[in-house]
Write a protein that binds this ligand. Structure first.
Ligand code: HEC
Length: 193
């Protein structure tokens, strides 16, 4: 199986350290343990499948305007229940966000940049991971898809849908995405001892 994490970035920084100090820390020391990465990947799958199912069913039953409310409440509810079940923190983050509480934390900006410059890696959502301070972090790209995402995040959102979004999110920055752009990222993090 291919490794889930691209090692080139870490390898490059390890090489720089090696050149600078003459003593190289093992690149593995900067990576989360494999068990965490596997668990985080499974949690990310669960989050996305559950949310997408709820979103699609809300769009069918309530239409785009009704589904806005579902997206607003369903995503945090799913994230909270997965966080509690697995003892990790699950959230969605985005630089061009709709809800500013989903902003990219400063310490994760450079990891996020890697996803933004290449949302897909070998045809799959790009995954990066790292140890940052006392946390291990798993971040997976959420590439923009045409359907059903474009209804609320695309380049041509219906005026009545946009009006309702603006009512709830006056500072909305999450429209104008084309298929394949980075819409955001799924973040799973956990405290290490
Ligand atoms: C019915 C409208 C609607 C559709 C369709 C929709 N979204 Fe959203 N999206 C929202 C709303 C509303 C929020 C803000 C949720 C909140 O308050 O946390 C949001 C937030 C997000 C966020 C979190 C970051 C942010 O901008 O606040 C991501 C990532 C996201 N959507 C991705 C997607 C993807 C990918 C799809 C397609 C599978 C999609 N959305 C489809 C309405 C929608």
């Amino acid at each position: 199986m291919r490794p889930l994490i691209p090692l080139h970035a870490l390898a490059a920084s390890a090489a720089m350290l090696l050149a600078a100090s003459g003593c190289a820390p093992a690149p593995e020391a900067e990576l989360p343990d494999q068990a965490f990465i596997e668990r985080a990947s499974m949690i990310a799958d669960q989050q996305q499948q559950t949310l997408k199912a709820e979103l699609v069913s809300a769009l069918t039953q309530a239409g785009p305007i009704g589904a806005i409310g579902v997206c607003h409440s369903a995503a945090p509810a799913i994230e909270q229940s997965l966080s509690e079940e697995h003892g990790v923190e699950v959230s969605r983050i985005a630089r061009r966000n709709r809800n500013s509480s989903n902003a990219v934390p400063a310490e994760l900006a450079s990891l996020y940049n890697q996803l933004e410059s290449q949302p897909l890696m070998d045809g799959k959502p790009h995954v990066v991971s790292a140890r940052i301070g006392d946390r291990q972090v798993f971040m997976r790209a959420i590439p923009m898809q045409d359907q059903p995402c474009a209804v609320c995040h695309g380049t041509n959102v219906a005026p009545e849908v946009k009006a309702q979004i603006d009512l709830l999110y006056p500072d909305d920055k999450a429209v104008g995405f084309a298929a394949g752009d980075l819409r955001g990222a799924l973040l799973v993090s956990s405290q290490t001892q």
